[in-house]
Design a protein around this ligand. Structure first.
Ligand code: SF4
Length: 257
């Protein structure tokens, strides 16, 4: 949220809820996340080929589309059937690319390692550190090559190589939390780009840790009452805080946030 707009952090820290419009592409992303949660089961199939995987993905999508209103009743309260169908059609159009990429990763990693990277030993565990004043939860914890690693599921576009800077940041924050919880050094994380069926491993550097600590301090400052500069941009158009956001920043210092 901070990277999207620091002011949103200010408002949510004061009990205001950020209401996101429900659109067909948001429904598509919800469905792609549900598909990604089913990857471990889908990839266990002994005789996987492109056709059987595509059929299995399609059946999983059908089930996810039926379950979605039960999983997200609040978010989907305003969604009618045709919007749900549009979202499902968008997700369906991605199935062939998802299947191709999953099979390619299966070959690259080898079945044992790929399943280890996808299969949660814990799903969405809540992690908190008093020292860092930070809380969060990875999509899953996996045991990969004898190491405990966090994994996050992201929807939407993915970079040609590696992971987006924001995803690297998110992974680093989770690593810091995990290290605090399990008292062990962790240097890697997985990012699953669910809209593409891609799994990327990211290695965390001291630079990333420094960036997380820096942003944590800025967020603390915002939470304690500092209003950051308004960040005019495409997000403002659909932002539920746009009315109260007319307020001017309190000082020149806010320009640095
Ligand atoms: S209206 Fe724009 S600047 Fe204000 S909180 Fe929303 S996204 Fe941020």
């Amino acid at each position: 949220m901070y990277f999207g707009c620091p002011r949103r952090v200010y408002y949510t820290a004061r009990g205001h809820e950020l209401l996101l419009d429900i659109t067909s592409s948001r429904i598509e992303r919800m469905l792609e996340k549900e598909l990604a949660l089913a990857y471990p089961e889908l990839m266990k199939g002994a005789s996987l080929n492109a056709d059987s995987l595509n059929l299995a993905l399609k059946a999983t999508l059908e089930r996810a589309a039926r379950d979605l209103p039960l999983l997200y009743p609040r978010e989907l309260k305003a969604a009618n059937q045709s919007l749900l169908e549009e979202g499902k059609a968008l997700a369906e159009a991605r199935l062939s690319e998802i299947g191709t990429n999953l099979l390619q990763s299966l070959e690259e990693y080898g079945k044992k390692n790929f399943l280890a990277a996808l299969t949660p030993i814990k799903s969405e565990p809540f992690l908190a550190s008093e020292r860092l004043n930070l809380k969060g939860f990875p999509s899953k914890l996996v045991c990969f090559e004898e190491k405990l690693l966090p994994s996050i599921i992201k929807t939407g576009n993915c970079p040609r190589n590696g992971v987006w800077a924001q995803d690297r940041f998110h992974a680093t924050a989770l690593i810091l939390l995990l290290e605090a919880e399990y008292e062990q050094n962790i240097e890697e994380a997985f990012v699953e780009y669910a809209s593409h069926g891609l799994l990327r491993k990211v290695k965390i550097r001291a630079l990333d840790r420094r960036e997380v600590l820096k942003v944590c301090r800025r967020v603390e400052k915002i939470k304690s009452g500092f209003m950051p500069e308004k960040k005019e941009g495409p997000l403002c158009k659909h932002c539920s805080f746009s009315k109260q956001c007319k307020q001017k920043p309190s000082s020149l210092l806010s320009k640095f946030f």
